[in-house]
Design a protein around this ligand. Structure first.
Ligand SMILES: Nc1ncnc2c1ncn2[C@@H]1O[C@H](COP(=O)(O)OP(=O)(O)O)[C@@H](O)[C@H]1O
Ligand SMILES: [Mg+2]
Length: 335
């Protein structure tokens, strides 16, 4: 559905999309390179501390962090809205300061805050955005963007008459008006309803299929878990981790085995002290936590020990820790 929109992106400076080997190496190539970037705001507050980050061509990268971590500041620097105090950023090889126009033209930004020109029509707003990038008018492209975002029947409506969800889609239309091949979405689903959230995710996936690199910020862990190829965690202005999502979940994931006991226990028998066990629910539940990476889970000997200690269980389940658990433990341990 989005394929045609980004034909320009695919003809761009990157490797040919049709060639699988070029595609593979292209996926490894940084389309954005952030080097040693720090930001001190006027009052001296350090919002970013020596950030280094490479975004790979064609990936969906989720920048995950709590409010105030520095996500919007980092995006604003890459998009040239905020100046870095130190460091530099290359966008497809173009320095964002020395070669601002070339760098900025490659980027679409969907900002966190809804700011839209209330009296203009949807069509005029999106067309104007394109003009800002010095691109010649392309009504066919604008039409396609509005249709893909289900805004076509609103093209003549004034922005002020749109619902909140439509305004958010309009921001995306504006960001796509100049056919960028990199799209930043700053908290795209903060405060939106479940349906719009699903639509956004779908849209992001189809853009990626069309060859667009997507960087989204979120403080919703499930969003990163659902969408991202790679995840960067930012906390207090520092990138504390960048990992492939699946590897991250495997590496840091823990599993829990929960046993529902036939008879409640007041305390854990000393014979079981060697195991990472916890009693819950008034002693009726016993939870064993183990590493998903280790060769042996220890479950079989544990069950033997339980049996030896006369502990009988009615039922058992295993659960795996979510990205949320991992995230909470990472941010908690951050300096
Ligand atoms: N213009 C500004 N002046 C001073 N401090 C700012 C400014 N913008 C953001 N900050 C501060 O920088 C930190 C990071 O903010 P921000 O990048 O918006 O975080 P996030 O997007 O992760 O919530 C916060 O502590 C915020 O208060
Ligand atoms: Mg923000």
């Amino acid at each position: 559905m989005w394929r045609r929109i980004n034909s320009a992106a695919r003809k761009g400076t990157g490797p040919g999309r049709g060639d699988p080997s070029a595609e593979r190496s292209g996926a490894r190539q940084a389309v954005i390179a952030v080097s040693n970037v720090s930001k001190a705001y006027a009052a001296g507050f350090k919002a970013l501390k020596n950030v280094n980050l490479d975004i790979r061509r064609g990936e969906i990268f989720a920048l995950l962090g709590p409010n105030g971590a520095g996500k919007t500041t980092l995006i604003s620097i890459v998009c040239g809205i905020v100046n870095a105090t130190e460091g530099n950023v290359l966008v497809d090889g173009h320095d964002i300061v020395a070669d601002y126009r070339a760098a900025r033209q490659l980027i679409g930004l969907v900002p966190q805050e809804l700011t839209t020109d209330a009296f203009e029509s949807v069509w005029a707003t999106v067309s104007f955005s394109r003009g800002l990038f010095g691109k010649s008018a392309n009504p066919a492209h604008i039409e396609k963007v509005l249709k893909d975002l289900s805004l076509w029947d609103k093209k003549d409506s004034k922005v002020m008459t749109l619902s909140g969800g439509m305004k958010r889609r309009l921001l995306i239309a504006k960001a796509l008006s100049h056919e960028p091949n990199i799209l930043f979405l700053d908290e795209p689903t903060a405060g939106v309803d479940v349906n719009l959230r699903r639509d956004m995710w779908q849209l992001v996936r189809s853009l990626r299929e069309a060859g667009v690199t997507i960087i989204l910020t979120t403080h919703y862990i499930d969003e990163a878990e659902e969408m991202a190829d790679r995840i960067g965690v930012i906390s207090k202005g520092e990138i504390i981790l960048v990992e492939d999502k699946i590897e991250l979940m495997q590496k840091l994931g823990k599993k829990h085995l929960t046993l529902q006991l036939q008879h409640p226990l007041v305390e854990l028998p000393a014979a079981l002290a060697a195991y990472d066990l916890q009693l819950a629910n008034g002693g009726t539940e016993l939870t064993y936590t183990y590493d998903t990476q280790s060769e042996r889970t220890g479950i079989v000997p544990l069950l033997d020990r339980l049996s030896d200690a006369g502990i009988v269980f009615k039922d058992l389940q295993t659960t795996q820790s979510s990205l949320e658990d991992i995230f909470v433990s990472l941010v908690k341990d951050a300096p």
